[in-house]
Design a binder for this molecule. Structure first.
Ligand code: AHR
Length: 502
């Protein structure tokens, strides 16, 4: 099979938005407890932060982390998570049928983020709460001092304001499963008023309105339209969420789901711009794809499925700890390509979640932490996609899929960083059987050389289902991609079947 990809130094889409490499920490399952936070763990520091997980977070290269939910935030009182830990209440979290101890809260997350080198993206509860709690949280977090709420933060140990710039106006309120689910009109008005009040407290913040929980939601499209008809002037971004999985062994369709992600993004852009035109707005609203990943929501019957979790109330049970394989890593590579190719409009994206819960990093209580297969495309793209996003013209053999028709066999995104002189390509071969010979036409880039080429594919003796586990932590990783040849303005390489390469 063959593919020809053309880039031109002059044909750029825009700068790489660094917030595209975001992640997500929800109070769900073992993401916080025994994920990032485990006092008593051999690697824990004085705050109870696991250093093994912190190291992997830095290596992953996450830039911004959404917190504290997710469905959790729609029933959460932020006040429960601040103040002396021994006085914090134990609460029932209805979203995940879990006892929340509140041992970890806002101060701990801000401190952890400093050490991880990540920006905080804080979500407010617009499920059970409203305008008042939202503006109070902004005051508590961001006001320097001299008011009851900001002085309470100082008394709780944080003299300097947290200076949180990025805020989510609730979570998935279009979903009937959400605590405090709303109609688009109810939510649109609430988001507008909460946004106003929050910006009255701190006009420098940026706000994300809740968009659809998925492209297949019955209200998709009309939800965004209605919400923004109310809140266009007050908000800066609209959110998108998408989770994909392989169904019934149809690997071809699964490998092509990036096509669905592309279409979803383009439909939200159109909807948002339609509201802009109709409302005679001059400001442009961009997208925050603040939950995305592979998630096996059906077909698994493991103990960590929400419906199998003990009906009793327990603290941090195992929840949706998906174990990712080679196929998943290639698919995640194509999702990252889709996000990057749309980086002119998708300015924020958060892979859900960071640790244990559908995550690139896994950890065991009292045990090790390791990288899942999907860690690699994320980490490499976060490190190497800098500078400008290049437009890519692809002429590729096609694969036939039951779900998405035919799709490019080879999927790609590319960046060029003038400062370092680095041109980076992120490539996926969706073919299950055949290698793909790829020709890269590098217009305006003659005279370069290959400094690094890496590959993730089926390891020797493995198959497309091979995963990294506690006892085989490095079964799937990056290996050198050999045989990349550059000749003037053309590079040639071969991608093995089912592979991702940089
Ligand atoms: O990331 C897991 C869950 O998926 C989140 O809590 C929710 O927002 C989404 O439905």
């Amino acid at each position: 099979s063959t593919a020809r990809i053309t880039v031109d130094r002059e044909f750029t889409i825009g700068p790489v938005p660094r917030r595209l490499f975001g992640s997500f920490v929800e109070h769900m399952g073992r993401c916080v407890y025994s994920g990032i936070y485990e006092p008593g763990h051999a690697t824990a520091d004085e705050n109870g932060f696991r250093q093994d997980v912190l190291d992997l977070t830095r290596e992953l290269g996450a830039t911004v982390i959404r917190y504290p939910g997710g469905n959790f935030v729609s029933g959460y009182d932020w006040e429960d998570g601040v103040g002396p830990v021994d006085q914090r209440p134990r609460r029932l979290d209805g979203a995940w049928h879990t006892v929340e101890t509140n041992a970890f809260g806002l101060h701990e997350f801000v401190e952890w983020s400093k050490r991880a080198g990540t920006e905080v993206m804080e979500a407010v509860n617009l499920g059970t709460r409203g305008v008042d709690a939202a503006r109070e949280l902004v005051e508590y977090a961001n006001h320097p001092g001299g008011t009851a709420l900001s002085d309470r933060r100082i008394a709780n140990g944080a003299k300097d304001p947290f200076d949180i710039k990025l805020w989510c106006l609730g979570n998935e309120l279009d979903g009937p499963w959400q605590i405090g689910h709303k109609t688009a009109t109810e939510y649109g008005r609430l988001a507008q008023e909460a946004a106003k009040a929050m910006k009255f407290v701190d006009p420098t913040i940026e706000l994300v309105a809740v968009g659809s929980s998925g492209r297949s939601m019955p209200t998709f499209g009309s939800w965004e339209h209605e919400v923004l008809t109310h809140a266009y002037d007050e908000v800066d971004y609209v959110s998108m969420h998408a989770y994909y999985q392989e169904h019934d062994g149809d690997a071809e369709s699964f490998l092509a789901t990036g096509v669905d992600m592309d279409a979803f993004i383009e439909e939200v852009v159109s909807t948002v711009d339609g509201v802009k035109a109709a409302g005679k707005h001059s400001k442009r609203i961009n997208l925050s794809f603040d939950e995305w990943n592979v998630w096996y929501q059906t077909g698994l019957d493991t103990d960590d499925q929400p419906h199998n979790v003990s009906k009793g109330w327990v603290e941090h049970p195992r929840l949706i700890e998906d174990q990712y394989n080679v196929t998943d890593a290639v698919v995640v590579g194509t999702f990252l390509n889709s996000l990057l190719r749309h980086g002119d409009r998708v300015h924020i994206a958060n892979q859900a979640q960071l640790v244990n819960v559908i995550a690139p990093i896994r950890s065991e209580q009292g045990g090790p932490a390791w990288r899942q297969t999907i860690f690699w495309p994320f980490a490499r793209m976060a490190a190497l996609a800098t500078g400008q996003i290049l437009r890519t013209l692809v002429t590729s053999d096609r694969i036939d899929t039951a779900k998405y028709g035919d799709a490019d066999l080879v999927d790609v995104s590319a960046t060029y960083d003038e400062e370092t002189g680095r041109l980076a390509f992120f490539l996926a071969n969706r073919g299950l059987e055949e290698a793909a010979d790829v020709e890269l036409a590098l217009r305006g880039f003659a005279g370069g050389r290959v400094t690094r080429a890496e590959l993730l594919t089926v390891p020797e003796g493995g198959d497309r289902f091979t995963s990294n586990t506690e006892h085989a932590q490095d079964a799937v990783g990056l290996v050198p991609l050999t045989g990349v040849a550059v000749d003037g303005g053309t590079a040639r390489l071969t991608l093995p079947a089912l592979s991702w390469a940089v």
